[in-house]
Design a binder for this molecule. Structure first.
Ligand code: LLP
Length: 463
């Protein structure tokens, strides 16, 4: 380790950030909090040399830093405890990265979980998470998924009329614990694919239907409506949109009281952005929580309403900054006067975000951290698709085949949206902490790729 420690992680240990910034919270950092450079001039994360990790586990490799994830969990919980005088709960939006180890870590930090499918629910249950802090989302849940959610005892966040009616039909003696998802009609500045709170959204009830929905719920004792939910979008940097949301949600709360509904929970969704490049400047976790807590308290006071239990469901800002993806560099192609392509051994199958949302990432060469940056290249993936560019403009030192290129901030919506395009096996993931690396996702094999294939008998002779 070579520079002065500036970051205190969840364990109380101090770490050196590689970059010169001094983040108040993990979502403001480009690299995991434990990142540093060791005497070999290699990138180190969680006390593990990334070049050694690559030798041991292969590439592409997701490297998840436990300290960064735990620190983000603690900052969320502490901020809500500090700024909200009522009860609060932080639930992890597991669509960002759902697997056994991640669920187990967030649960051990006292967080609940948001799941959006039977598969995510199953994984959370297998990880030992408890149903009381589980919220089941989705705008088209199947009857099987709803049945599974009811049997599990988690709270169902109802999205639409069909779902309300189906639930009434499925209810047995015990009322089903539900929340209602509403579309707040709040615009925010983010990519249009990840905006959800504007009126023209496929998610949630339109607020003009609020009276009808409340009336329906109040007439069906099979449904125990405990809360209201809204989510306005993802990768949001402005606090104003969430502040506006608090006012809108408390108005809904006031309206519910007219229907005799005792709504006790408000779920404000997630959406806090993270730093993918130096020019990204998101508010800290504490600043985000403060605006929301104060907004709810002020609105409740002005309407003379009791404080509800306040729920927030962040995903990206909990796990995004905790992970990097390590690749091996292979082919390099120079197109004179135009650009140089530096190709890595993964791409849109392990990180579909650049091709889907034109997301921008930063990278380093992990085996030569202090080498001067001498070229601007395009980091290309290995897929048969021209758009498979991981980073359009990456400032790097001179590179050669075999170098380890590390892309930062890949914890959120990378593994969870990974595919087998071109039949690439999905990468392995390791959890690093204080010098120990534990495998949390095995690298897929070619056998895994054909495991679900079926070859009809009559085709076998042609094999
Ligand atoms: N709650 C609900 C109901 C959501 O739909 C989402 C994200 C979250 C919470 C968590 O939001 P976060 O804190 O992560 O911003 N695949 C896209 C992001 C899609 C977000 C979907 N919903 C991406 O890679 O940018």
């Amino acid at each position: 380790m070579v520079s002065t420690p500036t970051t205190v992680a969840a364990s109380g240990r101090q770490y050196l950030p590689v970059s010169t910034d001094n983040p108040a919270s993990p979502n403001q950092s480009l690299l995991p909090l434990t990142a540093g450079v060791n005497r070999q001039d290699h990138l180190e994360i969680g006390g593990c040399d990334v070049v050694e990790l690559v030798q041991r586990f292969g590439t592409p490799l997701y490297v998840l830093d436990e300290e960064t994830l735990r620190t983000a969990c603690r900052q969320y919980r502490q901020a809500f405890q500090q700024y909200y005088p009522g009860e609060s709960l932080v639930i992890y939006a597991s669509k960002a990265w759902n697997c056994l180890a991640v669920c187990a870590i967030v649960a051990s930090e006292g967080l609940g979980i948001d799941v959006v499918s039977g598969g995510e629910l199953y994984t959370a249950l297998q990880a030992g998470m408890s149903a009381e802090t589980m919220y089941f989302h989705g705008n088209n849940k199947s009857v099987e998924e709803l049945t599974m959610a009811i049997e599990t005892g988690c709270t169902i966040v109802v999205d639409n009329w069909l779902e309300l009616q189906t639930l009434v039909g499925l209810a047995a003696e015990q009322p089903i614990r539900i929340m209602l998802r509403l579309t707040p009609g709040i615009e925010c500045h983010t990519h249009e694919y990840i905006r959800t709170g504007h009126l023209d959204s496929k998610f949630g009830f339109d607020p003009v239907q609020l009276d009808r929905v409340f009336e329906f719920v109040s007439q069906h004792p099979q449904l125990d409506c405990v809360g209201l939910h809204a989510h306005i979008g993802s990768q949001i940097f402005e606090l104003q949109a969430h502040q506006d949301l608090t006012g809108v949600m408390v108005q809904w709360l006031g309206k519910a009281a007219h229907y005799g509904l005792s709504i006790r929970e408000l779920d404000i969704g997630g959406g806090l952005g993270i730093r993918y490049t130096e020019s990204d400047d998101p508010p800290s976790i504490a600043a985000w929580a403060k605006v929301i807590c104060e907004g709810i308290v002020t609105a409740c006071q002005s309407q003379n309403l009791a404080l509800p239990k306040l729920i927030a469901e962040p995903g990206r800002s909990l796990i995004g900054p905790a992970c990097v993806t390590a690749y091996k560099i292979g082919n390099q192609k120079e197109v004179p006067g135009i650009r140089t392509y530096v190709t890595v051994d993964g791409g849109m199958s392990d990180n579909p975000r650049p091709i889907t949302y034109q997301s921008v990432y930063r990278s380093v060469i992990a085996n030569r951290m202090s080498a001067p940056l001498t070229q601007t290249v395009s980091v290309a993936g290995k897929h048969c698709e021209s758009g498979d560019i991981v980073i359009k403009q990456a400032d790097l030192p001179a590179t050669e085949a075999g170098d380890v290129l590390v892309v930062m901030t890949t914890g959120a919506y990378n593994y969870s949206m990974a595919s087998n395009y071109n039949r690439l096996p999905r990468p392995a993931a390791v959890l690093v902490n204080q010098g120990e690396a534990s495998l949390i996702l095995q690298r897929e094999t070619y056998l895994d790729l054909v495991r679900q294939d079926c070859l009809p008998e009559r085709l076998k002779s042609h094999g």
